[in-house]
Design a protein around this ligand. Structure first.
Ligand code: ZN
Length: 72
């Protein structure tokens, strides 16, 4: 699947995934500013924590379901 002309070139204008601003940077630069980078990593940590909680809850439900299959 091709989604536009995204190439592995350096010094290209890219879009900041946090604020959506276009900026030019090296290929390893993903955010327009340090604030955006910090924000992104904080968000990710937040979602990781919450998603883990959600998975544990779901796994608990699945275990109950399996146990009911075995015992019933
Ligand atoms: Zn930004």
């Amino acid at each position: 699947m091709r989604t536009g002309g995204e190439k592995m070139n350096c010094a290209k204008s890219k879009k900041c995934p946090v604020c959506g601003k276009m900026f030019v940077g090296r290929k390893d630069k993903r955010f327009c500013s340090a604030e955006c980078r910090t924000f992104y990593h904080n968000e990710r940590r937040y979602w990781k924590r919450h998603y883990a909680k959600f998975l544990v809850k779901r796994a608990g439900g699945l275990m109950r379901f399996l146990k009911s299959l075995i015992s019933g």
